[in-house]
Design a protein around this ligand. Sequence first.
Ligand SMILES: [Zn+2]
Length: 320
Amino acid sequence: MAKKKPFLNKKARAVIALLLVALLILALDYFMEEQPETAAPAEILSPLSSPSPSPEAVSAKEEYLDVYVLDVGQGDSIFIKGPSGATMLVDAGESGAFKIIDAFLQVQGVKKLDVVIGSHPHADHIGGMQKVVANYKIGAYYMPDAVNNTRMFENLLDELEKRKVPVKKAVGGKASYIKWDKNVEVRLLSPLADVKYNNLNDASVICNIRFGDTSVLLTGDAEAYAERAALMELPEAYFKATVLKVGHHGSSSSTSAAFLEAVSPEVAIISLGANNDYGHPHKEIISALKRAKIPYYRTDESGLVHIRLDGSSFTVETEK
Ligand SMILES: [Zn+2]
């Protein structure tokens, strides 16, 4: 019986094996090159923000609630960033303030504002707001149930409608919150549903934004009447805060003694323009802060004021 001859001889099999290995290498190389780009674009960092820590360096201690009181002259505009990265803008100064706000948000790399609050419909708080709404994606817009018969306010409402921004009424109460950053409680204290406010300042949104044991109380231009109404209806503990944005640019019509005592802030910020027409801040308020040994910062003197809350303590950094 003749021995069966192998289909290929030894030499031919070796050549085929080599060819297969070469093909495999070429194929691997091809697929490696075809992989899509998955790297995220470089993060935009401002001189004020800290660089992102490496994953192993992240700890609870390195989460912050950052509050920036912008220098928009006579008016208010406050940007807040939560520990999970949520963004909030409260007020937008006079109409000329938009370019200041826009430049700031661009440096911060902000494209979307999760929550925007218009504290009350006066020009020094909503002046730049129409442009904010026109230029930024907004998650929800909060405002008091109060209207102002001005073209500025009507244009803002039109812009909100045009951009399909959900508009919500801000109403204070025992269990009234704004849903924002998952680690932060945003509690609404004023205006109250059952109180009649006779001026737009008193209709201002007052809210306490709390992260751990630290918080910032924002007041718009609420005056003593609204402060008293809120203190009568809600537990005093709701008002306690680390940082107080002093009401109504330091006017003596706001920040009553009872209110200041309830808040008992460790630091106060006054947002105002130099040499303004109202004589803000009024000397009574400066005296009250000094008497209570509460350090304070003024945007007309310090420029942008950045307060960083870490849940147990705070730091302040100023532009000037
Ligand atoms: Zn104002």
